[in-house]
Write a protein that binds this ligand. Structure first.
Ligand code: NAD
Length: 489
């Protein structure tokens, strides 16, 4: 069965090209999938446009759209094991983590399903004169290009697909070329749930080839993108000539600020999870550890001990606690960041190389790495390495901690650890990031908005704003007793 889904039909790539998908844990061939070209992107946009302009979906009552999202959530739960396995093969991620992600995907569809079905977004403007009926209604934006990354393939996709469909849009989805399988499976479940033809379309392939036309095509109304900063800039520029609505969820270089009065054991434990979870391939990874001077030595020693204890392995190795990086290119990029850090004066406390274990030789593994004595000007501190690399900086007081935390072009997430609630609140409110955790790291819920400040992007996913992103407000003013105004009399 071909893997492109255009206008309700499973279609092979027009150019007949295929791409091999290999598991990053051992290089084993997962499958060969259709590799779309610009002509396929154009056909998918045409199908989405047609479904928006003349199909039933945008005109389906909100309650029914919500029901469809709820049915999709049921199907995702029914098939969770199959989805988790496919996601692990594409990403190399531990099966247990993929299973958690699939739970979150279903929760996302369920939450948006209830939100959409509840309705209540339109409102009457009751300050209008008595002979006027004035109301604000919300309409779908139109045709959306949804472009997603490889680190949480279906989760990032669900944050876009559920609200986009819930709001009544039609879309073309382009997942990362490295991790296409769960997107293909999602299209099948949306069809099974009863989504009309053309509302959901899927193209697979390289960003530069099939992603670009999705961001330039005049028939597209909105681009929602999750991925790297450099790609985000390109997408903004590509969408500018046709003034598309754009939402960008980009990277982060997230500070984890630990004061000396923090709960020591918990702060150490979370500092390790913050950065080493999914081998650091998390947009909100706590990759910059800022520790108060007097706590520094003891704290770093404990974090290093935790880092050294992390067992690496493939998705189905039950003893493994972290998996490989996504690709050979990405592994080389992470290595280069560590080398740059060492050349610029960082001190290696652990890791800093590929593992010696011959069983891991075919995968793209990198040891959990701690770079100490870092300074804000170092490349490894400034750029997102997106690998298992923790940089450690010291601070003296609250003022310096806030200044260091905010000394980044990014503003996605951050955390503060302290036993002083007033200080926690002060630091949280001064941190320029879309999410701030106090004495915690990483949790999120679909009810709360997610997104970045500064160069981490704009627009929000999840929460009520995550639905509003896919709606346009329209003011309709009806004069109930029109009579001449005689302005020019
Ligand atoms: P990437 O930017 O390389 O690719 C993301 C997607 O964009 C892929 O589907 C790719 O094919 C496509 N693409 C690439 N160039 C394109 C172009 N010119 N036009 C259109 N599409 C194009 O990112 P990645 O390596 O897949 O993902 C890692 C990045 O994603 C990290 O920077 C990470 O921080 C970020 N991310 C952010 C969030 C968030 O919520 N803010 C979540 C997950 C990942």
């Amino acid at each position: 069965m071909p893997e492109l889904f255009i206008g309700g039909t499973w279609t092979a790539a027009a150019g007949g090209r295929k791409r091999e998908i290999r598991c990053p844990a051992d290089g084993a061939l997962v499958a060969s999938v259709d590799e779309a070209g610009p002509e396929d992107a154009s056909a998918a946009v045409a199908a989405a446009r047609d479904a928006y302009d003349s199909g039933p979906w945008p005109r389906t009552p909100a309650a029914e759209r919500g029901e469809l999202l709820l049915r999709t959530a049921d199907l995702l739960e029914r098939d969770k094991a199959e989805f988790a396995r496919a996601e692990s093969l594409d990403t190399g991620k531990r099966l247990v983590e993929s299973a958690y992600d699939m739970d979150d995907v279903a929760k996302c569809f369920r939450w948006f399903g209830h939100l959409v079905a509840a309705g209540g977004h339109d409102r009457v403007v009751d300050t209008a004169p008595p002979d006027v009926d004035s109301r604000v209604v919300h309409e779908p934006v139109g045709v959306c290009s949804l472009i997603t990354p490889w680190n949480y393939p279906l989760l990032q996709t669900s944050w876009k697909v559920a609200p986009a469909l819930g709001a009544g849009n039609t879309f073309v989805l382009k997942p990362s070329e490295l991790t296409p399988h769960t997107a293909v499976m999602l299209m099948r479940r949306l069809t099974e749930a009863g989504l009309p033809e053309g509302a959901a379309n899927l193209v697979l392939g390289a960003g530069g080839v099939v992603g670009v036309p999705l961001t330039e095509d005049p028939r597209v109304d909105m681009v929602s993108f999750t991925g790297g900063l450099v790609t985000g800039r390109r997408i903004m520029a590509a969408a500018a000539p046709t003034v598309k609505k754009v939402a960008l969820e980009l990277g982060g270089k997230n500070p984890n600020v630990v004061f000396s009065d923090a709960a020591f054991e918990a702060a150490v434990d979370y500092a390790a999870t913050a950065v080493f979870l999914h081998s650091g391939q998390v947009c909100s990874a706590g990759a910059r550890l800022l520790v108060q001077e007097e706590l520094h030595d003891a704290f770093v020693a404990e974090v290093v001990e935790q880092a050294e204890s992390i067992r690496l392995g493939g998705p189905f190795d039950e003893n493994a606690r972290a998996g490989p990086l996504i690709s050979a290119e990405h592994l080389e990029k992470v290595e280069a960041y560590v080398e740059a850090g060492l050349a610029e004066g960082a001190v290696l406390r652990c890791g800093g190389s590929r593992p010696g274990d011959p069983e891991l030789a075919d995968g793209f593994y990198y040891l959990p790495t701690v770079l100490d004595e870092c300074t804000p000007d170092m490349t490894v501190v400034r750029d997102e390495s997106f690998g298992p690399v923790l940089t450690v900086e010291r601070f003296r007081d609250e003022e310096e901690a806030v200044a260091l935390a905010n000394d980044t072009v990014y503003g996605l997430a951050g955390a503060v650890w302290t036993g002083d609630p007033a200080r926690a609140d002060r630091v949280a409110s001064r941190m320029r990031a879309g999410t701030v955790w106090i004495n915690d790291f990483h949790p999120y819920v679909p009810q709360a908005e997610w997104g970045g400040m500064k160069q981490s992007g704009f627009g929000r996913e999840l929460g009520p704003a995550g639905l509003a992103e896919y709606l346009e407000a329209k003011h309709i003013w009806r004069n109930l007793s029109p009579s001449p105004q005689r302005w020019f009399a």
